[in-house]
Design a protein. Structure first.
Length: 337
C-alpha cells in the first residue's frame, strides 16, 4: 500500500493536464487499477480477524486519499489551463423583433367604426354562419325570388348559409333593439364567385341602418357623403343611380369615381366608377319583420363594400392580394403606432 501511494503521488506530480489525471484515476481506482487490485490480490483467509480489520481500514484510507488527491490535481490543472474565450459576443448587435402590422381591411374597418361611432352609431357583429331567414327571407327575398341567384353562396345543413351580405344583420338588429336605432355591422361575407382582380369569394362589407321617425333619402345622402369625405380625407366624386334590392325601396347604387385612375377606366374599376355603396330606404316589409311599424318609422340601409373601400384607400389594384396571406404585401400598410 505504501508503494502504491508513493507511486500515485509521483504520478500526480508529473501530470499537467486534466486528461492525464483522468488516466491516473483509471490506473489506480479503475476496475483494474492498482488500488482495486490490492484487495483482489490479498488472500483474506490467511489473515486473522484483527489483520483483516486493519487491512480494510488502511485500504479505505488509501482509497479516500487517492480520490482527494486526484480531485485536487484536476482542479490544479483546470486552474492552470488558459481561460476559454467567452462563447457569447456581448458586443454583437441583437436580433430585431419583427413587429406585426394590421391588414389594410382591418385598418379600414377600424377607421369606419371610429367615424360611425363619432356620429352616434353602435358597432355590432353578427354571425358569419347565418340562417336562411335573416340572410334572405326577412329581407324580402323568398325562396323562389330571382334575387337569390345574384347571391349564390355556400349552403350548410339545416337552412344555414355562409352569409352573402352583412344585410343579414338588419332584421336581427331591429328585432333586438327596436326603433330608433343607428348601427353598423362590419364583417366578412361569402359568395360563390369566380375570382378575378375585383371579385373574391370571401370579402368584407360594412352594413349600416338608421331607423327613426321621418328618415328620408336626404338623410341617407348626407350621411354617405360625410363618411366618404372622412375616409378619404378629401373631396370625392360620387354618383347615385337607381339600383334594385328587394329590401330597400327606393334603392340606389352609390358609385365612387375611381381614385386609382381618376375616372379614366382601369382593370380595377372598368369604366371609371366603383360600385361602392348600395343603399336605399328600408322596405316596409323588412321593418315589419323587425317588429317595427312602417307607418310610424322609416329608415335607410347601406352596404359599404369594405374590401373595395380598402382597395381604393390604399391603392390596391388586385383584390387577390388581400386574402393571399403574403406578408410582403401586408407589411406595406403598417400604421405608425
Ligand atoms: N346587401 C346588398 C349586397 O350585398 C347591398 C345592400 C345593402 C343594398 C344595404 C341595399 C342596402 O348586395
Amino acid at each position: 500500500m505504501e508503494k502504491v501511494r508513493k507511486q500515485l503521488e509521483q504520478d500526480l506530480a508529473g501530470a499537467t493536464s486534466a486528461e492525464a489525471v483522468e488516466q491516473i484515476r483509471v490506473n489506480y481506482l479503475g476496475r483494474k487499477g492498482s488500488i482495486t487490485n490490492l484487495a483482489k490480490a490479498t488472500d483474506f483467509s490467511k489473515l486473522t480477524a484483527d489483520e483483516k480489520k486493519s487491512f480494510g481500514q488502511k485500504l479505505n484510507e488509501l482509497k479516500s486519499f487517492a480520490t482527494q488527491a486526484i480531485a485536487a490535481a484536476v482542479e490544479k490543472c483546470q486552474a492552470a489551463a488558459p481561460k476559454r474565450t467567452a462563447s457569447i459576443d456581448l458586443t454583437a448587435p441583437g436580433l430585431a423583433h419583427r413587429l406585426g402590422s394590421l391588414h389594410p381591411i382591418t385598418m379600414t374597418q377600424m377607421e369606419l367604426e371610429d367615424i360611425f361611432q363619432g356620429m352616434g352609431f353602435s358597432v355590432l357583429y353578427g354571425p358569419e354562419i347565418e340562417s336562411e331567414y335573416f340572410c334572405f327571407e326577412a329581407l324580402n327575398i323568398p325562396d323562389d325570388h330571382p334575387a337569390r341567384d345574384m347571391q349564390d353562396t355556400f349552403w350548410l345543413k339545416n337552412h344555414l348559409v355562409m352569409r352573402t351580405h352583412t344585410s343579414a344583420n338588419q332584421v336581427r338588429t331591429l328585432q333586438r333593439f327596436g326603433a330608433p336605432v343607428k348601427a353598423i355591422f362590419p364583417g366578412r361575407c361569402f359568395r360563390y364567385e369566380a375570382v378575378d382582380p375585383s371579385h373574391e369569394n370571401t370579402f368584407y362589407q360594412c352594413e349600416g341602418v338608421v331607423v327613426d321617425r321621418g328618415i328620408s333619402v336626404a338623410n341617407l345622402i348626407a350621411v354617405m357623403k360625410t363618411i366618404l369625405s372622412e375616409v378619404f380625407r378629401r373631396d370625392v366624386t360620387v354618383r347615385l343611380r337607381p339600383g334594385f334590392f328587394p329590401f330597400v325601396e327606393p334603392g340606389f347604387e352609390l358609385d365612387l369615381q375611381c381614385l386609382l385612375c381618376g375616372g379614366k377606366g382601369c382593370p380595377t374599376c372598368g369604366d371609371g366608377w366603383i360600385e361602392l355603396i348600395p343603399c336605399g330606404l328600408i322596405h316596409p316589409e323588412v321593418l315589419r319583420h323587425g317588429g317595427i311599424d312602417p307607418k310610424e318609422y322609416s329608415g335607410f340601409a347601406f352596404g359599404i363594400g369594405l374590401t373595395r373601400l380598402a382597395m381604393m384607400k390604399y391603392g390596391i389594384r388586385d383584390i387577390r392580394f388581400l386574402n393571399s396571406g403574403d406578408l410582403r404585401f401586408n407589411e406595406q400598410f403598417s400604421p405608425v403606432f
